[in-house]
Design a protein around this ligand. Structure first.
Ligand SMILES: [Cu+2]
Length: 87
């Protein structure tokens, strides 16, 4: 991500489980969901429901490598972990 740019993350949960998706280093706002009305609050975590597609908006305002992962440790350790690089 380019420092200072705005990004829209399209997150889709194709599993039968809810996943509390958490981002380090930056905050986002949930913009829309196909499952429910979203509250436009600034947060670093969003509980993605089964079959939910959610759009998370953020400004890449913090340079570095920032982990993006499910907060259920078994999910995080078995692959639901990645990172964003902001430069
Ligand atoms: Cu999970």
């Amino acid at each position: 991500m380019k420092l200072g740019r705005t990004y829209l993350l399209n997150v889709e949960n194709v599993t039968p489980h809810a996943h509390p998706i958490h981002l380090h280093g930056m905050n986002f706002k949930a913009i829309s969901s196909n499952k429910r009305e979203v509250q436009p609050l600034v947060s670093d975590t969003y509980l993605v429901l089964p079959d939910e597609k959610v759009q998370l908006a953020l400004v890449a305002d913090n340079p570095g490598d920032w982990v993006f992962h499910c907060h259920i440790i078994e999910h995080q350790k078995t692959g639901m972990t990645g990172y964003f690089r902001v430069t």
